[in-house]
Write a new protein. Structure first.
Length: 465
């Protein structure tokens, strides 16, 4: 039995707002793509003119923040618009304005004041740069408005309805719940931060709890993508919507207990940081494990690979593979090394490639012309291959002690590899290929988006190609 896992159709102003969020997401993904190309080349063992620490770390901060905050959460804005009712769209528009203004301010910050980059986890910072901090505040305010509307402007009868559409809407709603709790624990951490911390140690602890909870948002939406893409490809997914909804409920329950350490532990207690690692590792791994098995089985047994859906079909498989690789590498993490980077890249790139696939699919659904399928397919393959090479290089080097967030001779791990094939060069070449194909993604879809939408577009939830 074919199960149609998709979100309901929307039209009119609601569809225009969803298209607006998609435009914002693509714009910031393109902006973030300038930085990793230089970063990937800087990882190589050859001298590059931008290898001084200041420019490298500033690029790293902007790349990470534009990617894991602006790009991913703007795509979340598309999902939250499609899954909600048409009520309160003005708040979504205001949220969009705040997100865009915040991104522009953060992106220009290094040109307006000293950068002083800090490579703390989750939200790297430009310390003492008021323009950058204000940009983050504007962005955070926009996401707070967006998540509140996503949680309130829904039909609770629909999101708890035990069918495929209900399961999808519940998954999107659970992602918004995780986003709101992520912001709540961030504010709580700010209010109870221990004295005597500054610089990287301060921001590391400030964003620790919220950053871990935010991963539940990304993961839930990635699972929604997997189910939707599998339906587009004609897969008969085993199990039922009740099982899928149960998987999303596990994630929702995990984020609901997220504030517990604030009530029982001091932020400076090592048990505080360990608790959130445990919650993300174990609580955020159950749903992807089971849903990936369901989706993969369905696609292998009954999925239909056609010229029209080839890029979507392969994006789905690559996303599942990358997420599995990231999860497996996470089991081997010990001391700090690029093995941690490889684990995180596998997980977050799996989310990104799923979001890219949905972007390709949404374009004609939102009233744009269809993208060039030949180049879309090339982009998907090169992006995935480049990322796999990049991750393997990071994991290989990390196994030999290659350090995180360093470049040039500071990442020397001895005579490893054969001729040109070394962990550093695999990271550099793979990263450069992935980044160039990420830019190709923008090149494929930007001309389509610049031509504008068909004013009569009304469908956003069809799941047939």
């Amino acid at each position: 039995m074919h199960r149609d896992y998709s979100l309901p159709k929307v039209e009119g102003e609601q569809l225009r707002v969803a298209a607006g969020w998609l435009t914002v997401a693509v714009g910031f993904l393109l902006a973030s793509g300038v930085y990793p190309l230089l970063l990937a080349l800087a990882r190589m063992t050859y001298e590059m003119p931008w290898k001084d620490s200041f420019s490298f770390y500033t690029m790293l901060v902007l790349h990470v923040d534009f990617t894991v905050l602006w790009w991913l959460l703007a795509i979340a804005g598309v999902f939250w618009t499609l899954s909600s009712s048409g009520r309160g769209l003005v708040w979504s528009k205001l949220a969009m304005l705040l997100v865009v203004l915040g991104g522009l301010l953060a992106g220009l910050a290094p040109l307006l004041a000293d950068a002083n980059p800090l490579t703390n986890n989750y939200v790297p910072m430009l310390e003492d740069n008021s323009y950058f901090r204000n940009g983050l505040l504007l962005f955070g305010s926009g996401i707070l408005l967006l998540t509140l509307r996503a949680l309130i402007a829904v039909s609770f009868r629909d999101i708890f309805r035990p069918d495929e559409s209900g399961a999808m809407q519940f998954g999107v709603w659970s992602a918004a719940l995780a986003g709101l709790i992520s912001i709540a624990v961030l504010i709580w951490a700010f209010l109870v931060m221990p004295e005597g911390l500054d610089g990287r140690s301060y921001y590391e602890l400030l964003f620790w709890a919220g950053g871990h909870i935010l991963q539940f948002t990304h993961t839930a939406l990635m699972l929604v993508c997997w189910l939707w893409l599998a339906s587009i490809c004609g897969a008969k997914i085993p199990g039922g919507p009740g099982l899928v909804m149960g998987m999303f409920a596990i994630g929702a329950l995990c984020v609901l207990i997220a504030p517990w350490p604030f009530l029982t532990l001091e932020l400076s207690d090592p048990a505080f940081t360990t608790w959130y690692v445990w919650l993300m590792r174990d609580g955020n791994g159950i749903a992807p494990f089971f849903i990936s098995l369901m989706v993969f089985w369905g696609v292998m047994q009954s999925g239909k690979l056609t010229n029209k859906n080839h890029h979507l079909y392969m994006s789905l498989l690559f996303s599942i593979g990358l997420f599995a690789l990231g999860g497996i590498l996470g089991l081997f993490i010990g001391e700090s090394s690029t093995l941690i980077t490889a684990h995180y890249h596998g997980s977050i790139v799996a989310v990104t490639i799923a979001f890219m696939a949905m972007t390709y699919y949404w374009l004609p659904q939102f009233g744009y012309a269809s993208p060039n399928l030949k180049w879309a397919k090339i982009q998907v393959y090169t992006y995935a291959v480049g990322q796999f090479a990049h991750i393997v290089g990071l994991a290989w080097g990390g196994g030999h002690g290659m350090k995180r967030k360093v470049v040039g001779t500071t990442q020397d791990i001895g005579d490893i590899g054969i001729a040109f094939i070394t962990p550093q060069n695999l990271v550099g070449v793979g990263g450069a290929v992935a980044v160039l194909s990420g830019l190709l993604f923008a090149i494929v879809i930007l001309p389509v988006m610049m031509k504008g939408r068909n004013a009569n577009a009304s469908a956003a939830g069809e799941s047939e190609v």
